[in-house]
Design a protein around this ligand. Structure first.
Ligand code: GLA
Length: 343
């Protein structure tokens, strides 16, 4: 085993240093909980947890970006009731992992909070690793997803936690959410295209009820026409209210075409799929906002931009673009980064 205390980043006395990345989703939103396809990638921004096991039966974490610490009893019963709000995600992990020892440490995040870059998934994955989770990355993602659900009450899918746990340097992850099979897709060389994330300035409230409504609408559609992973446009046309399933079914196809376009180096075609994806999220799925739409329009009209779309749940947050290097002077350029790891 590595002597973590001697590695870079480990402060004196820290027995554990872990990092879990956030993610940007290139294409395929509101498909994960419907068993569809998406293409997220882990990014270099993320959450670092440092600390050591403690003898008290609780987890105590201070955060560089939060005024109050998270103090969570190992026997916590209702993570959603824990204060302050950010501590609920820590509590969710404790609830799902049930560590036998306490932990004392610090949390440091380089992700902008509430922007659709999975700051909470990155926190959950990092805390689970710090508290001793020891198993395959898919199980880490699944535990972190359950933690998010009990912490927030939002019936989220597994995309964010999966990208954080399974990220691959230089690759986006083509995920089939029915099988959880991940196919790595190499990203274009940085002298040809870069991924730039631009914040809309609108803080994303993951409107829990709106998200849950969308998920329920997809489940009702699947109950009528079968799994949306395999549904055809003709199946969708039989539905009384086809728009929700139509988004998922057409988005799955766009994810496939986008991944093929990237593999073929056809960045123009890839960009067109992003624009079509945004359109579907705006019109059929109704998760965009005026600010996001204006930003996407402006970015798409910028020379050197192949495509742009909202990324993540929507309702505010960030737009992801694929652009020639130097085409944009705003936002963050992000590269595809490795998944969560101990340092
Ligand atoms: C949020 C959820 C994910 C996924 C996206 C939309 O980020 O946590 O599971 O559903 O929204 O694609």
């Amino acid at each position: 085993m590595t002597d973590v205390a001697n590695l870079e980043g480990a402060a004196d006395g820290d027995a554990v240093v872990v990092f879990a990345p956030g993610r940007v989703n290139l294409i395929g939103d509101h498909t994960d909980y419907a068993g569809g396809l998406a293409l997220p990638m882990a990014i270099p921004l993320g959450t670092t947890v440092r600390g050591r096991p403690g003898d008290d039966a609780r987890v105590v974490l201070t955060s560089t970006s939060q005024s109050e610490p998270a103090t969570v009893d190992l026997a916590v019963t209702d993570p959603a009731e824990v204060e302050p709000g950010w501590a609920r995600y820590v509590a969710g992990v404790v609830h799902e992992l049930r560590p036998t020892r306490g932990f004392v440490g610090t949390v440091d995040s380089t992700l902008p909070l509430g922007s659709g870059l999975s700051s909470s998934a990155s926190l959950e994955v990092a805390v689970a690793l710090a508290l001793g989770f020891d198993g395959p990355p898919r199980e880490l993602a699944s535990l972190a997803q359950r933690a998010e659900q009990v912490a927030s009450g939002v019936p989220c899918g597994i995309m964010d936690q999966l990208a954080s746990a399974c990220g691959l340097d230089g690759h986006a992850l083509l995920v089939d959410f029915t099988t959880l099979v991940i196919e790595p897709v190499p990203m274009p060389p940085p002298d040809e295209a870069v991924v730039v994330v631009v914040h809309s300035g609108e803080h994303r409230e993951l409107v829990g009820s709106a998200y849950a409504d969308r998920r329920a609408a997809c489940e009702r559609a699947a109950a009528e026409i079968g799994p949306l992973h395999d549904a055809t446009p003709a199946d969708v046309a039989r539905l009384a209210e086809p728009r929700w399933a139509r988004h998922v079914v057409t988005e799955n196809e766009r994810v496939r075409r986008f991944a093929s376009a990237l593999a073929a180096g056809d960045l123009v075609a890839a960009g067109q799929e992003m624009v079509a994806s945004h359109d579907s999220l705006r019109t059929d799925f109704a998760v965009s906002t005026d600010r996001l739409n204006e930003l996407v329009d402006r970015l798409v009209a910028t020379p050197g931009v192949f495509g742009a779309r909202l990324t993540g749940a929507g309702f505010g947050g960030c737009v992801v673009t694929l652009a020639r290097p130097g085409a944009l002077t705003e936002g963050w350029t992000v590269t595809a980064a490795p998944g969560a790891h101990r340092r």
